[in-house]
Design a protein around this ligand. Structure first.
Ligand SMILES: [Ca+2]
Ligand SMILES: [Ca+2]
Length: 416
C-alpha cells in the first residue's frame, strides 16, 4: 500500500502532465514504440550542490534546488541535506532547468570564507536532458559575489644598515594580498604614500595640516599597476610584491650584504626614470606606472613610518591637487575615503598618535618599529586558514591587524 504522501505526490505529478504529452505517448504506444503499459517510467534524480571551491567545505547543505521541466513548465523543489544532496523522487524523462540557491548570513559566511558578509550563492544548469535514472548525482557548483578585497599584507619600510654602519633603504617593499574568495585583477590599482611626518622627527615638526579633513587621505606620489583589466590576476590567497628596486639586495653589487630581502622576484618595482639614471631599472621585474611623482630619486617610504594607501580611481587627473598650507610649491593629491581599497599607517613610536595621517575610518590605529634601519617589517596577522588560503585579519585597525616582525617576509605569513 502506498503511503498517503506518495499518493499525493504521484497525483500531483500526473496532474502536471498536460494533455498533449499523453496524446503523443498514446500514439507511440499504439505504434508499438513503447512498452505495453501506458505508464511513463519515473525515476529518482539526486542533485549534489557544492559550495564555491574557495570555501571551507564542499557540501552546500540547506540549498534550495529547483527542477523545472523545460517542456512542461512544471517545477519541483527539494532542499539539500547535510551532505549537500537534494533528491527528486519521481522525475519524468525530459529536459530540465536545474537551479540551486543558498543564502548565507554574515556568521555563516564568516565560518565558510573568513569574511563576515552576508551573501547569496546561485547555480544554474539551463538545459539538462535526463532520459534515464542518472548513475551519479548531478553536480551543481554554487557561485556568488566576491567576498573580501585586496589588503596591504606587509610594509617593509625601516631599511637596513650597511656593514660600515651606513643607511640603506632601497630594499623597501609593499606586499598586497588578495584576501577575497575570488580572483582580483590588480590592473589599474593605485598605490600612494600619505603626506605628513610620522612623528616628532625634529623639534619644529608639526602634524599634517590635513588631519581635520577626515573624509579624505592626502597623498604625495602615486604609482599604478599596469594592465588593461585582466592582465594581473591575483588568485585568492595570492599577492603582489612591489619593490622599490627589484633586485636581490643581499648580493647585488648595488645592494647591501646586510639587507634581509631578495626582491629579484618581486612582481613590480617602482622605476623612477631620471636623466641622471640614479634609479635602477631591473630588467627582470616589471615597472609600475609612475602617475604622480613628488620628490625623491625613487619611491621612498619614510623610514620613520609611512602611511600607504591602495585605491582605485577612474582618473587620477580628476582628483583634487592641493597646495600644502604654509608652503609655496608642495602639492598633494586628495583621495576621498570611498576610493580607498586599503590603508596602512606606521608612525615613529608609540607617542606619535598626534601625527596620524590616515583617517580613522580607513585605519583606526597604527604600528611602530623599534627604530630606523633596524630591518623590522610590519606584517598583517593571519585570521584563519581556509584550505590552502590565508585570510588575513582586517578590522581596519592597524594596531591589532599588524605586528612588527624582526625580519621582512615577502610572500610569507605568521602562524594562524
Ligand atoms: Ca626603483
Ligand atoms: Ca624593471
Amino acid at each position: 500500500m502506498m503511503p498517503a504522501d506518495q499518493i499525493r505526490a504521484r497525483a500531483a505529478s500526473l496532474r502536471r502532465v498536460p494533455r498533449p504529452f499523453f496524446t503523443i505517448a498514446a500514439l507511440l504506444a499504439l505504434a508499438g514504440c513503447t512498452d505495453s503499459s501506458n505508464e511513463v517510467q519515473t525515476f529518482a534524480v539526486d542533485v549534489q550542490v557544492q559550495l564555491p571551491e574557495t570555501y571551507a567545505q564542499s557540501a552546500a547543505s540547506g540549498s534550495r534546488v529547483l527542477l523545472t521541466s523545460t517542456e512542461r513548465g512544471t517545477a519541483d523543489t527539494a532542499v539539500a541535506d547535510a551532505q549537500g544532496l537534494a533528491r527528486f523522487t519521481r522525475v519524468l524523462p525530459g529536459s530540465y532547468l536545474i537551479a540551486a540557491s543558498l543564502s548565507l548570513d554574515a556568521p555563516q559566511a564568516l565560518a565558510l570564507t573568513g569574511q563576515s558578509v552576508a551573501v547569496t550563492l546561485n547555480a544554474i544548469e539551463p538545459a539538462r536532458t535526463i532520459t534515464t535514472a542518472p548513475v551519479a548525482p548531478i553536480t551543481l557548483r554554487l557561485a556568488g559575489s566576491r567576498l573580501g578585497d585586496l589588503v596591504i599584507k606587509e610594509v617593509y619600510y625601516t631599511g637596513s644598515r650597511t656593514p660600515s654602519g651606513g643607511v640603506y633603504f632601497s630594499d623597501q617593499f609593499v606586499e598586497i594580498h588578495n584576501n577575497a574568495t575570488d580572483t582580483v585583477f590588480a590592473d589599474g590599482l593605485l598605490i600612494a604614500d600619505a603626506f605628513g611626518p610620522a612623528g616628532q622627527i625634529n623639534p619644529s615638526t608639526v602634524p599634517s595640516p590635513f588631519q581635520v579633513q577626515t573624509g579624505s587621505v592626502f597623498v604625495s606620489s602615486i604609482w599604478q599597476v599596469p594592465g588593461s583589466g585582466r592582465q594581473v590576476p591575483v588568485p585568492p590567497g595570492g599577492s603582489i610584491v612591489i619593490a622599490q628596486d627589484g633586485i636581490d639586495h643581499r648580493n647585488d653589487p648595488n645592494g647591501n650584504p646586510n639587507s634581509p630581502v631578495n626582491l629579484g622576484n618581486a612582481n613590480f618595482e617602482t622605476f623612477n626614470e631620471r636623466l641622471d639614471g640614479r634609479d635602477l631599472d631591473s630588467p627582470t621585474v616589471p615597472n609600475l606606472v609612475r602617475v604622480v611623482h613628488r620628490g625623491g630619486f625613487d619611491w621612498l617610504l619614510p623610514v620613520f613610518g609611512p602611511g600607504v594607501v591602495v585605491f582605485r580611481a577612474p582618473s587620477v587627473a580628476a582628483l583634487d591637487t592641493v597646495l600644502v598650507p604654509g608652503t609655496t610649491a608642495t602639492y598633494v593629491t586628495r583621495v576621498p575615503n570611498n576610493l580607498v581599497v586599503d590603508a596602512f599607517e606606521a608612525l615613529q613610536n608609540g607617542n606619535s598618535a598626534a601625527y596620524k595621517r590616515v583617517p580613522a575610518a580607513l585605519d583606526a590605529g597604527f604600528v611602530f618599529a623599534s627604530g630606523t634601519y633596524v630591518g623590522e617589517s610590519a606584517r598583517r596577522r593571519t585570521a584563519t586558514v581556509i584550505g590552502p588560503r590565508r585570510v588575513l585579519r582586517d578590522t581596519n585597525n592597524g594596531a591589532t591587524d599588524f605586528e612588527i616582525i624582526t625580519r621582512p617576509t615577502p610572500r610569507g605569513f605568521g602562524a594562524p
